[in-house]
Design a protein around this ligand. Structure first.
Ligand SMILES: *Cc1c(COP(=O)(O)O)cnc(C)c1O
Length: 387
């Protein structure tokens, strides 16, 4: 069994995909070709925002947003403690400091009340300016933007939506990547909308930020490519990847998003009684992961081993909370990678929910081409492991 069956997806889309890729190769415009512009228009329309700017990957997309806002030394950027490394990695790269915020046990997403506590702690310490909150749409579920926005507005924070896993999710009639002041996504192959390599995109309604990002992604260009008005990046999308994404976006919107929701519904039905993912009323997930919470590390590890013995891949996303990552050892106001060195005034019990989740979560095979009988196989294996 595959964890995410991208080869099966290719078999289904093969004819259309081969034609699109070969056309791009014959065209001669290999970077930011016409397919890229067309894709950006389609993505902006799908998401429901004014501007979409593609770039080289989802990490660069976050960096481009921070650059557009001029985030730098002395700035605090609030990041959930339970997410992929990139969400926080980009912050020290700009010279700013990540401040880790706990998440909600049931949704895995940022806890707005802990965000407020963290902002107040930073203000009381007086060393950093609170500037941005990164709200991650983890595992495909949009964060609680109503709650995040309330706190952000109270303290004048900009909201950066990290929608790398969230593309296709909705709250009411609004789509993911439209909730942040700037939103980003990733087209890494295993994400809800992936290409055949690296790719990413930035979304915003703001004309000024869009113009800055268009400049930053091409070496800080001014009126033309060899007029460089700021220090930028080389972060563009390949034409071949745009061609791949045009084919995949159509399948995604036509049936893949519905298909993953059917797979998820079947899991939830068959795993009744376990701590399965909670989708709040009015929310829809794009199911980057289907993640179950177990009672303890021992139980989780035993289930994972039992599944492995039956040839079923299951993954731990994520084994370490960000505040325990060695790379953030030098971040002054956090617990170091050695678990020591809590700053005065902090609770000394940093992000307990995120820390506990890392010990108990397990993500199961999930993709739009998964048969419902495969879901039954996985669930039966989990049931017998727990017996
Ligand atoms: C994958 C991911 C990223 C980074 O995307 P890349 O395209 O791999 O650079 C950022 N944030 C989250 C939450 C992700 O899952």
């Amino acid at each position: 069994m595959e964890f995410r069956d991208l080869k099966k997806q290719y078999q289904v889309l093969r004819e259309e995909m081969d034609r699109a890729v070969l056309d791009a190769m014959a065209s001669g415009a290999y970077i930011m070709g016409p397919q890229v512009r067309e894709l950006e228009r389609q993505l902006a329309e799908y998401v429901g925002v004014k501007h979409c700017l593609t770039c080289a990957n989802g990490t660069d997309a976050l960096t481009l947003a921070l650059k557009a806002w001029g985030i730098g030394p002395g700035d605090a950027v609030f990041v959930p403690d339970f997410t992929f490394f990139s969400s926080a990695e980009v912050v020290p790269l700009e010279g700013a400091e990540p401040v880790f915020v706990d998440v909600c046990e049931e949704t895995f997403n940022i806890d707005a009340s802990d965000l407020e506590r963290a902002v107040q702690e930073v203000l009381a310490e007086g060393r950093l300016r609170p500037r941005v909150v990164v709200a991650v749409d983890l595992f495909g579920l949009p964060a609680d933007y109503q709650a995040v926005r309330t706190v952000a507005d109270r303290y004048g924070l900009l909201v950066l939506e990290d929608g790398a896993q969230g593309f296709g999710g909705t709250i009411g009639s609004k789509r993911a990547c439209s909730f942040g002041d700037i939103a980003t996504t990733s087209f890494f192959p295993a994400k809800p909308l992936g290409c055949y390599g690296d790719g990413g995109a930035v979304f915003t309604d703001n004309d000024e930020w869009a113009e800055l990002i268009a400049s930053y992604r091409v070496h800080g260009k001014g009126t033309f490519k060899y007029d460089n008005v700021r220090i930028g990046m080389n972060s563009r999308l390949d034409t071949v990847q745009a061609a791949v994404l045009q084919v995949k976006l159509k399948a995604f919107a036509d049936y893949e998003l519905d298909a993953v929701n059917e797979v998820a519904a079947r899991y939830t039905e068959l795993l009744q009684g376990l701590a399965t993912p909670v989708i709040p009323a009015g929310f829809r997930s794009s199911w980057a992961q289907y993640t179950v919470r177990f009672a303890s590390r021992e139980e989780r590890d035993a289930v994972q081993a039992a599944l492995k013995a039956e040839g079923i891949p299951a993954m731990v996303y994520y084994p370490k909370p960000l505040h325990r990552q060695t790379a953030f050892d030098k971040t002054p106001d956090q617990v170091g990678g050695d678990g020591k060195g809590v700053i005065p005034g902090s609770t000394g019990n940093l992000c307990p929910v995120a820390t506990s989740l890392c010990e108990r979560v397990l993500s199961l095979p999930m993709h739009p081409y998964m048969g419902l009988e495969e879901v039954e196989t996985v669930c039966n294996a989990i049931r017998s492991a727990l017996r």
